[in-house]
Design a protein around this ligand. Structure first.
Ligand SMILES: [Cu+2]
Ligand SMILES: [Zn+2]
Length: 170
């Protein structure tokens, strides 16, 4: 038992820098791609609190309610944006109204008026930087319709009308 205070003295200084490295600044900003005339940016910024902030600034979006999510692959090359894959799941179910949900990148629907502006900021407690910055990055998708927060695997939100590639800054 006499060894314990010595061990703690040795280990604690080592733990500090390792913890700090895991929370390095990793803000990502990307322009959206769209075949429906939508333009603008999305930024994803992990914060010191551990919560990730997603800020969306788009124009040219059809009026109405739109599902917005983080998808698993940073690839907008397919015309229908199916290349972005399914939702970033991390073993969870889709939607806040479902047991075992939500996915870490499920956001509340965005309401867009006749001016076509989608301006929204979301606080995402489960969207950890490690999930976003795997080898194939992550995708941001705007859907044609509303997410019902229940249907599997993606909320029955309709087609994909805008896409952005989120990759970590090197
Ligand atoms: Cu989606
Ligand atoms: Zn989802």
């Amino acid at each position: 038992m006499k060894c314990l205070p010595l061990l703690a003295t040795v280990l604690l200084p080592l733990a500090g820098p390792v913890f700090a490295a895991a929370h390095a600044d990793t803000s990502m900003t990307a322009e959206v791609t769209s075949n429906d005339g939508i333009a603008g940016t999305v930024s994803v910024t992990p914060q010191p609190s551990g919560v990730t902030v997603v800020k969306i600034d788009l124009k040219g979006v059809p009026a109405g309610e739109h599902g917005v999510h983080i998808h698993e692959t940073g690839d907008c090359s397919a015309a229908d944006f199916s290349s972005a894959g399914g939702h970033l799941a991390n073993g969870m179910q889709h939607g806040v109204m479902v047991e075992g949900g939500p996915h870490p990148g499920d956001m509340p629907n965005a309401m867009v008026g006749e001016d076509g502006v989608l301006s929204a900021t979301y606080f995402m407690p489960d969207l950890a930087p490690e999930l976003l910055m795997d080898d194939d990055g992550a995708g941001f998708i705007v859907h044609s319709g509303a997410d019902d927060y229940v249907s599997q695997p993606s909320g029955d939100a309709g087609s994909r009308i805008a896409c952005a590639v989120l990759v970590s800054p090197k």
